[in-house]
Design a protein around this ligand. Sequence first.
Ligand code: PMV
Length: 356
Amino acid sequence: MSGSVSPVTTTPTGADPVRGTAHGKVILFGEHAVVYGVPALAVGIDRGAWAQVDAGADADAKSVLHVRGWDVTVREDAGDEGPPLARAFRDVLAATRREQRAAGRAPVGTVHVEAEADLPPGGGLGCSAALGVAVARALDPAASAESIAARVNAWERVFHGNPSGIDAAVASLGGCVLFTRGEGEAPATIERVRVSETLHLCIGHSGQASSTKSMVESVARIRERRPEITQKTFDAIHTLVKNARLAIVDHDLRAIGQLLDLNQMLLSGLFLSTPEIEQMCATARTAGALGAKLTGAGGGGCVVALVPDAARGADVLAAWKAEGFDGFAATVKAEVQDVREILQKLHERVLAAGSP
Ligand code: PMV
């Protein structure tokens, strides 16, 4: 895994190809509890996917998508029995054209899409959503981040059945989001949480495959057997998500780190951790991480550690490597402050300075 993406989409000039990029996702707080209505905090990292669109088609005049690295090529006219990637491509093209027509714009024609994801598939880092967002964005650079996320839900449904939508939202919006699953048919609520200074993370793979479906089912079984205790765990996670949100806004790294450790303890109590995950968390803390936990489904998969800076991140990665675990450094970029917010703060300062 190498390289990184920036959340930029270039607009075509003449026959230039159009490029779209997307973020990978890391759940910092609230996985599993989010299934039962607790909000989760997730961040978009500077590693994800890119896609490039050229006018063109295959010999049958059909749009095609080629995913580098996987070396897979699919066509938009694959039927319902076709491979999942082909159906996902067909659905996102259809959603794009529908929305373009509804907005009175010319729908995208027949295209050749070249794409690549720089995330481990099945690692809980939102690989499929990042690829979908990069493709959707390259197909329609003028669309808003929210609209792209909605279109990619169609793509995600092909891979994940009934996705919560968190992966597509984070892949498209980047930054930090507070995500609450909608009850019944209600849509999910996605709220941006401002990241005031860049966050440095290390993400490592435990080397064990993990299945989101079976881990979610295992928590459901525990909940059935011990409803009160499980509810207490979810309530505790809810409280720490609220505190984590404040800590992120304040850039209080020490507090974020402690909350990551607490969340890990609560997830271990639901039997979602493994000896490898525990080892990776302990190693990261010894090497200078401020906190560490599993991210996503658990039972294997990835660990996330918060570090104060890139140098400490290199120490954590070296310590993991010495124990046979692969990992990479990732950042969550600080968001540019809203101009009105800056003016308001300046105004408050001037008033404060003028007051006796
Ligand atoms: O490992 P991932 O990225 O599929 O994350 C799973 C997150 C869960 O909360 C365990 C499930 C869910 O649907 O939110």
